[in-house]
Design a protein around this ligand. Structure first.
Ligand SMILES: [Zn+2]
Length: 91
């Protein structure tokens, strides 16, 4: 009887594979920013990542989709799982 009230969540847009929707130099700057010594503990959200993207006028949604496709589901995962996967690709 609750089915009538259940609305499925909107479909997640497909992940972006391949090269990032921003320059590699910006990927590098994002990783540096997330790794800064005074960074707050990860709140398991994209707080710092979004802050950085907005500050640098970078496209938030495409970048988050690109990060999610690589296991970067929050600020600390972006740094560890995405940053660690491209040795030598940036910086
Ligand atoms: Zn986290």
């Amino acid at each position: 009887m609750f089915r009538a009230f259940f609305k499925p969540p909107p479909e997640e847009p497909p992940p972006i594979v391949g090269d990032p929707p921003l320059e590699w130099v910006d990927v590098c700057a994002l990783m540096d920013w997330l790794a800064r010594p005074e960074a707050p503990l990860c709140a398991h959200a994209y707080k710092d990542t979004i802050h950085f993207l907005l500050d640098h006028a970078l496209p938030v949604d495409p970048v988050l989709r690109w990060l999610r496709a690589r296991g970067g589901y929050c600020d600390c995962k972006v740094l560890l799982d995405v940053g660690g996967k491209f040795p030598g690709k940036y910086c």
